[in-house]
Design a protein around this ligand. Structure first.
Ligand code: SAM
Length: 273
């Protein structure tokens, strides 16, 4: 089986080919999907993208899906997972209504949904306002945040020493050092040539191209249209466990046991006809 995980971040399995623009560890190959998928036509059984498509412009996303069609064998499966825009909008409207009706806890839910919808599109620094909000969330608000972003939220509520320890022991820190040095040098050159305002713009540009920001959002209808227009067939909305990819659940990419990793998601699959 040839399985490819595009934009895998820290969520990867060794049985897969794992590619990412900003690999968190040397086990993941550095690759910018805007350059296409570095594999031969018809050579792949399954392509998986989780919370990646929304980080690409609409035209780049379309090009990546076209390339996925190219590398898949006939009958191969594409599995796309994205934050569900429909669900977000429904949650946002429900929270807004709850505020209007002065329901307890509604203000916090409303603030969260606003951040969830907008912050990742407009932020100019790692984590944005959403991260600050998560870090400052009192225990009473945490169940709702967990229900939106899953167990990943727990990391932010650990003791500061635990977080610092985890950061220091994070694999791949040395691997990213040369690029960090190059960027520091480039920023120094920009400062000399164009001044401090240009440095801020340069750094914001680097951040906005780092793969963290959302450039578009999707729902069950627009994903269907996009995959159909690209040439895929047999579109279906699935759940975190169900898949046409053989033994998908065993890789624990979308769920570990009964726990869905990213509960704010929509999971869809289609086939190369
Ligand atoms: C929200 S994270 C999702 C990571 C992982 N797939 C998951 O489900 O946890 C988005 C990932 O997409 C990657 N990414 C964004 N733009 C990319 C690009 N042009 N090429 C490759 N990876 C990209 C980012 O580096 C980041 O790891």
């Amino acid at each position: 089986m040839n399985l490819v995980n595009l934009g895998c971040g820290g969520t990867y399995h060794q049985a897969w080919i794992n590619l990412d623009l900003e690999p968190p560890t040397p086990e993941v190959r550095t690759w910018d999907l805007r350059r296409g998928i570095p594999l031969a036509p018809g050579s792949v059984d399954a392509v998986y993208l989780s919370h990646v498509l929304e980080h690409l412009s609409r035209s780049d996303a379309k090009a990546v899906l076209q390339d996925a069609l190219r590398v898949l064998r006939k009958g191969g499966v594409i599995r796309v997972v994205v934050p569900d825009l429909e669900l977000q909008c429904r949650e946002y409207l429900a929270a807004l209504e709850a505020v209007v009706h002065a329901e307890p806890g509604a203000e916090a839910r409303d603030e969260w949904m606003r951040l969830e919808l907008l912050d990742q599109m407009v932020r100019t620094r790692v984590g944005g306002d959403l991260l600050e909000h998560i870090l400052a969330a009192p225990p009473a608000q945490r169940d709702f945040i967990r229900s939106r972003i899953g167990a990943e939220a727990e990391v932010f509520w650990k003791q500061p020493e635990e977080v610092a320890g985890a950061r220091l022991s994070r694999p791949g820190l040395m691997h990213r050092l040369p690029r960090w040095i190059r960027r520091k040098l480039a920023a120094a050159a920009v400062r000399v040539i164009a001044g401090p305002t240009a440095v801020a713009a340069f750094q914001e540009g680097l951040f906005r191209n780092s793969g963290e920001v959302h450039r578009w959002m999707y729902d069950r209808v627009s994903l269907d249209r996009l995959l159909r227009d690209t040439g895929f067939a047999s579109y279906r909305v699935v759940d975190a466990w169900a898949s046409g990819i053989s033994s998908f659940a065993q890789y624990e990419l979308d769920a570990a046991g009964q726990q869905v990793r990213k509960p704010d998601s929509i999971f869809v699959e289609a086939i190369k006809p």
